[in-house]
Design a protein around this ligand. Structure first.
Ligand SMILES: Nc1ncnc2c1ncn2[C@@H]1O[C@H](COP(=O)(O)OP(=O)(O)OP(=O)(O)O)[C@@H](O)[C@H]1O
Ligand SMILES: [Mg+2]
Length: 307
């Protein structure tokens, strides 16, 4: 394994927090008494003058969907790229199944069992579904590609995940957005990961295609995978997530069990204010934007800008 046991302990940044700011450290022993499969603490990542992550923490349990939410620029994609080894952290502690590890490059994450599906999907439009699934991981018989074995494996994988496409020999260019997203997620599962990171998998999808992808995310959870789902859409979050972790300005400011959290609390954590643009809009529309249960709101799109 090319993953070293190096641990970097971050300096204490307590004195740098603004007065009254609450920075959330999820407890490693979860309510179910399990050790998280993936645990991050005090993660820092700087791009020149921009401190994208200044003290970020996250726990991911097996068989759980964690939604990672926050406004534009909050640091969500950076967090995913730190975990995926694409942009390694400057400081912080990463534990995998309780063991300190260092993720310094994408290969380290893959070796541990972390798969990532980026928003652009990186599918090859001119190739069919089989070729896309096995791109770079082709099954060969001696020096010849074993097309039959790959076709069979592709069909089995998609069937197991209940992904419906016309044929595994269909060029990816002809698939719908939801089907393409499903193929990209299925491809990430070929290495049998334990954690899957999904960066805005439903961002460009219509209602039916979104439902298809959310179904697939539930199936990943049912297979015992830990899923990190970045989404700007609270309806998607509400539909599949067990927990919501909120990033604001590079810090983890909320870690909520979805079952006992209102939408108000989530929006407040995202914007950093109880008097925010979303509440003011609700008050204009309904006369009262308060005390709305998280799971009873028909339109839960995220605010596009903080107050
Ligand atoms: N490669 C990079 N070089 C320089 N700055 C970067 C880089 N990647 C991210 N940043 C900066 O880090 C901050 C966090 O960016 P990030 O992409 O993580 O936000 P995000 O929460 O994913 O936002 P969005 O919801 O818009 O996707 C931003 O200020 C961004 O400009
Ligand atoms: Mg992003």
């Amino acid at each position: 394994m090319n993953v070293s046991d190096e641990v970097t302990v971050p300096p204490d940044r307590t004195d740098e927090r603004t007065p009254g700011e609450r920075v959330v450290e999820p407890s490693r022993a979860t309510e179910r008494g399990r050790e998280p499969v993936l645990s991050l603490r005090g993660i820092r990542k700087r791009f020149g003058a921009v401190e994208a992550l200044s003290d970020a923490s996250l726990d991911v349990n097996a068989g759980e969907v964690v939604a990672l939410v926050g406004d534009n620029g909050a640091g969500k994609s950076t967090m995913i790229k730190v975990i995926a080894g694409v942009n390694p952290a400057d400081a912080g502690e990463v534990r995998w199944q309780g063991r300190p590890v260092h993720i310094g490059k994408p290969g380290d994450a893959t070796t541990l069992g972390i798969a990532t599906v980026y928003q652009d999907l990186a599918l090859c439009d001119n190739l069919d579904v089989v070729a896309n699934l096995f791109l770079g991981n082709e099954i060969q018989h001696r020096t010849v590609l074993d097309e039959i074995a790959m076709e069979k494996a592709a069909s089995n994988l998609l069937q197991t995940l209940s992904v419906r496409i016309p044929s595994v020999r269909t060029p990816v260019a002809t698939l719908s957005g939801g089907q393409r997203q499903s193929v990209a997620i299925a491809r990430s599962l070929l290495g049998e990961p334990k954690v899957v990171l999904l960066d805005e998998p439903t961002a460009a999808l219509g209602v039916a295609q979104t439902a298809q992808v959310l179904d697939l995310i539930e199936r990943l959870r049912d297979r015992g995978l830990g899923v990190v789902l970045i989404s700007h859409n609270l309806a998607d979050v509400r539909a599949v997530a067990d927990r919501v972790a909120v990033l604001r300005l590079g810090r983890m400011v909320g870690d909520y069990a979805l079952s006992d959290t209102t939408q108000e609390q989530i929006v407040e954590a995202i914007t950093g204010a109880s008097d925010n643009v979303v509440v003011r809009r609700q008050e204009r529309q309904h006369g009262d934007g308060r005390s709305t249960p998280f799971d009873s709101r028909p339109d839960s799109a995220m605010p596009e800008e903080p107050s």
